[in-house]
Design a protein. Structure first.
Lengths: 319, 348
């Protein structure tokens, strides 16, 4: 395999693996920017993956090629609703946000596997008939170098992921809503004095994170696994949290980190066919995202600082 | 109602809410909750075999619960019990089969190896927190996956490309023919004694030693502890290390007792995360952990009887456990409700 061929294989594949991470990590950015830690992203992805696969299986004959979009929309709604558990517990009931997130993970997996067994009478669904497929963008694919690199094997969901990342950046940094969101996460009391409804902002942020987490799960299940079982989402949500931190709580940073983790995932899955990479034991590539995140937090790769009020419930009148 | 009563009432009310919502879920999904809960009951207490296996299931939950509770008491959230447990599991299994020693040395050595492995993994998180201010929740989550992949790679290497290590030698095993016979061939093993011993160790450290007092002081208010001349950083590292030791021993229970080897895992065991539930329900006290581990261990094992006896997926129990965690974590609202109730009574 020549270097160029290698690149043409690794880059599209990395984008493919990164796509679900991008959605979920940006969901995490919204939640954490508002001051609510969301360890429950894994569970929200599980819910999204289940709903995506369920809708795809049940309605593939009705909607045909549009099924994936219906399934993703359903997953967005389901993820948003499911995240309300986390929102109510950690915002209104002042539960420990990490504990509530852990409970979301347990609940998400338990409820979905329970439903799969109830609906299908077995622990694993059938394979979907309408997976997310790739296509080539006309004209653009003929550009030398960049064509085969970026435009020959494109998934519509990947384009959506980039759009969501840019959209999230615009919302968080260029709109009044985003300013309030960040204020609530940095200094809720100051925001409150300026008339921002802290709890409402946090509710909105957590529901957005649930919706994007659900979307990430649906994309993952419909493009990578094509079915749903207890092991469909195994750590993707936590890797998204890693991407969010490695991206320094910034949407574009999270996008970049997710893409980078996508490269690591590609190499760990298909590394045995790539020269040089095949000499690296797969375990190094598997642990790379997590180790890098720790190093980033420790300040070895630029300091990553969490929003100041992250993790604390806001109690009016308390200093 | 005194604070003490409320502290005991919150978990009890949470359990009741969890069970009621679980029943509602069963009704809505078209299952019979009476049949479901009686299958759960028989699964736990039905015969001596079930009781033996239930106690076996409680054993690692005790240690995982202790690990989380101990860290909590020092103001730390060890969400990395899972990873520490996996490495303890691997270390115990390796020492268990790689050495030939008399039982009196071999078994303690294997346990010690597991404790050391878990302690080391938690130490990393403690060190990162003390030195670089890395939040321990994130650090331990990342270390969980790192541990999982490393353990899998090592097992693959140790077994020459296989998926599990050799069986541990008899001299390192916690299994006991006596306990087996007593419980109709269940897989009950001596690990429960180790676990209960550790409950006492935690109680002793926290309540009877100066170091334990310091650890608690740092947990209550680290600035005050610092002002009183205690080294906050040293105590953070120590607390994480001891917590990881408990977690590592939890892994040894699986390696030397239940499974007799270490195998490649596609994902987490779940014991570490359930340990959070155990500690939370037990209000982070040693005795509370015994209570929490008994409840969740029993529920988890009893649930396995539900698909056969009542046709209900066993995941219903995980749903109930998750709901209980939500309720205990939202204790604030239960407290408010209880206080309102009290005021109403006083008003009459």
């Amino acid at each position: 395999m020549s270097f160029l061929e290698m690149l043409y294989f690794i880059i599209p594949s990395a984008i493919f693996f990164a796509t679900p991470l991008i959605f979920t990590a940006i969901g995490g950015v919204f939640s954490e920017r508002s001051g609510v830690v969301n360890i429950g992203l894994e569970g929200l992805m599980v819910v999204g993956a289940f709903v995506g696969i369920y809708v795809n299986l049940e309605f593939a004959s009705t909607f045909g090629a549009a099924t994936i979009w219906v399934a993703m929309l359903a997953a967005v709604i389901a993820g948003g609703i499911f995240s309300l558990f986390h929102a109510v517990a950690s915002i209104s009931f002042r539960a420990d946000q990490t504990v509530s997130g852990v409970a979301i993970n347990l609940l998400g997996l338990a409820v979905t596997v329970f439903l799969v067994k109830m609906i299908y009478g077995k622990g694993q669904t059938d394979m979907i008939t309408q997976p997310i497929t790739r296509f080539a963008i006309p004209y653009l694919k003929d550009i030398p170098f960049f064509g085969p690199l970026l435009f020959r094997d494109v998934y519509s969901t990947s384009i959506l992921a980039f759009a969501v990342a840019i959209g999230a950046w615009f919302i968080i940094y260029k709109t009044p809503f985003g300013l309030r969101l960040r204020a609530v996460g940095e200094h809720p009391m100051a925001a409150d004095t300026m008339g921002v409804n802290v709890n409402r902002m946090r509710y909105i942020a957590v529901v957005i994170s649930g919706a994007l987490g659900g979307l990430g799960g649906a994309v993952y299940a419909q493009s990578i696994t094509s079915d749903f079982s207890h092991a469909t989402i195994a750590g993707q949500g936590f890797m998204a949290i890693a991407a969010m931190i490695f991206g320094k709580w910034h949407p574009i940073g999270a996008l970049g980190a997710a893409l980078f983790f996508g490269v690591a995932q590609t190499l760990s899955v298909a590394g045995s066919t790539i020269p040089y990479v095949q000499d690296i034991p797969a375990v190094y590539l598997q642990i790379l995202p997590y180790v890098l995140t720790i190093l980033a937090l420790a300040g070895f790769i630029g300091k990553a600082n969490a929003p100041k009020a992250s993790g604390q419930p806001y109690i009016k009148g308390k200093r | 109602m005194s604070n003490r009563v409320i502290n005991i009432l919150v978990p009890i009310i949470s359990i009741i809410i969890g069970l009621i919502v679980g029943a509602i879920v069963m009704i809505v999904s078209g299952y019979d909750p009476v049949q479901g809960y009686s299958a759960l009951w028989t699964g736990i207490f039905g015969d001596s075999y079930s009781i033996g296996n239930t106690i076996r299931q409680i054993t690692p939950y005790l240690l995982a619960g202790l690990a989380v509770a101990f860290a909590f008491r020092t103001g730390l959230f060890n969400i990395g019990v899972e990873g520490q447990l996996i490495l303890g599991w691997l270390a115990a299994a390796w020492v268990g089969y790689a050495f030939d020693l008399p039982k009196i040395i071999h078994l303690p050595l294997a346990l010690l190896a597991a404790a050391a492995a878990g302690a080391f993994w938690a130490f990393i998180a403690g060190f990162l927190k003390a030195k670089f201010k890395v939040h321990e929740v994130i650090a331990t989550i990342m270390l969980n996956y790192t541990a999982l992949y490393i353990a899998n790679a090592v097992i693959k290497k140790l077994s020459d490309g296989g998926f599990k290590t050799e069986r541990v030698h008899e001299s390192a095993s916690l299994r006991s023919p006596f306990l087996r016979e007593l419980t109709d061939n269940s897989s009950l093993h001596y690990g429960i004694i180790v676990a209960l011993l550790m409950v006492m160790v935690m109680w002793f450290i926290l309540e009877k030693t100066t170091r334990g007092y310091e650890l608690k002081a740092v947990g209550f208010n680290k600035h005050a502890a610092d002002y009183a001349g205690m080294s906050v950083n040293k105590n953070i590292i120590l607390a994480m290390t001891i917590s990881g030791m408990f977690a590592g021993l939890g892994g040894a229970m699986e390696a030397l007792g239940t499974f007799q080897n270490a195998s490649i895992k596609p994902g987490f065991t779940g014991i570490g995360f359930d340990g959070i539930a155990v500690a939370l329900l037990g209000a982070n006290t040693p005795l509370g952990v015994v209570f929490g581990a008994s409840l969740f261990g029993s529920l988890k094992y009893g649930a396995l009887n539900m698909p056969n006896a009542a046709g209900i997926p066993e995941e219903i129990v995980s749903i109930i456990i998750a709901l209980i965690i939500f309720c205990v974590a939202s204790g604030y609202i239960i407290r408010v409700a209880l206080q309102k109730l009290r005021k109403k009574k006083e008003g009459q």
